[in-house]
Ligand binder design. Structure first.
Ligand code: SF4
Length: 347
């Protein structure tokens, strides 16, 4: 007999994606993005060689359920900025797993000005499916002040080429860059939608030891965002991307050793639960809006399971706030509701 639960679980797994990450920091990057720690990127980190790719992928495959959509992801630098011969060696090693149907595709991340027709032909040949561009901002003045070395025009041209070649486009953005503002961040999010991105990542700018931004900060030429400002700006950006069905793969920085233990963090809005803070804020607005006219003593709020922690809030902050107005507040799971829907009963 076919078990219904197994089918449901299988479908859930089938819809889940797993990336096998292979970090290839770009050696001696010629650019000078003010926020980037070049010494760490080009320093002593062990970079996997093309010959290591097979072993890395095989060891990950042992731990990932076969039913998932699996991709090999070359992250950590500008993949298309490394010498072509080396790119081909990495891609060839990854392509083996596509040919043998063990993974579905390859993702890479790179800079907008490292995209050309020749590069895209090469990536297509080896089965790359998704290209993520570090756009960071679509405002030329912000890009210039951040030392990015490219303008919005390169982001636009590369995005069009990537889509025309049939790749899935990802556009990453940062908030709080030098010369940035909430209006410019909102415009960047709108441009990401307009350019046809299917996925995005949102990173707050922080000041890292050894960067040009550290010097600017110490000279009083750059002031990082406060954590609450960063959360508010990210919330606005998140809403625009989310409403337009863009898959937001990451909100906030990876909690690395260096950042968490403040070895490299000089200043800025780093928080280990940054995404939770952003979604707490987003739900605070939804709850305030919906409950504005309720004045009974008891409220029960039904929410989809995927959102319940964010609705209750980071360290229950939303619930605590509601308890100042209501005698009793209860959150309940109701999976028939959509992502941002809620049912409220009060008495
Ligand atoms: S962030 Fe800028 S400086 Fe750092 S590796 Fe990327 S392109 Fe180079």
């Amino acid at each position: 007999m076919v078990c219904y639960i197994s089918i449901v679980n299988l479908l859930k797994l089938k819809n889940k994606h797993s990336n096998i990450p292979i970090f290839i920091p770009e050696l001696a990057c010629p650019h000078q993005c003010v926020f980037c720690d070049q010494t760490k990127i080009s320093g002593t980190q062990a970079i996997p060689k093309p010959a290591d790719v097979k072993d890395i992928v095989k060891s990950y495959l042992k731990t990932i359920p076969k039913e998932r959509h699996i991709n090999i992801a070359f992250f950590g630098g500008s993949f298309t900025g490394i010498p072509i011969i080396l790119q081909e060696q990495y891609l060839n090693a990854a392509n083996f797993f596509i040919k043998t149907k063990q993974v579905e595709g390859i993702r890479i991340s790179t800079r907008p000005d490292y995209i050309s027709i020749e590069i895209l032909e090469l990536l297509k040949k080896y089965g790359v499916t998704t290209i993520e561009l570090g756009a960071q901002s679509t405002n030329d003045s912000v890009l210039k002040k951040s030392g990015r070395g490219h303008s919005f025009r390169e982001i636009e041209t590369a995005s069009k080429l990537i889509i025309n070649f049939g790749f899935e486009l990802g556009l990453q953005m940062m908030i709080g860059l030098p010369g940035d503002s909430i209006q410019k961040s909102i415009q960047t999010a709108k441009d990401i939608v307009r350019l046809g991105a299917k996925n995005s990542r949102i990173y707050p700018t922080i000041v890292i030891k050894g960067t040009a931004l550290e010097k600017m900060y110490k000279l009083g030429l750059y002031q990082p965002l406060e954590l609450d400002e960063a959360v508010k700006i990210t919330k606005e950006v998140y809403k625009i991307l989310d409403e337009n069905q863009i898959n937001i793969i990451r909100t906030g920085l990876h909690p690395s050793e260096e950042l968490t233990h403040e070895k490299s963090l000089i200043a800025g809005p780093y928080h280990i639960s940054f995404k939770e803070l952003v979604l707490t804020e987003l739900w605070k607005d939804i709850l305030n809006d919906k409950l504005e006219t309720f004045d009974n003593e008891f409220v029960e709020i039904q929410i989809n399971e995927s959102q319940i922690n964010y609705a209750v809030g980071y360290q229950s902050s939303n619930k605590k706030q509601l308890l100042k107005r209501f005698k009793n507040v209860k959150f309940k799971i109701n999976n028939s509701l959509k992502k941002y829907e809620l049912n409220v009963s009060s008495y």
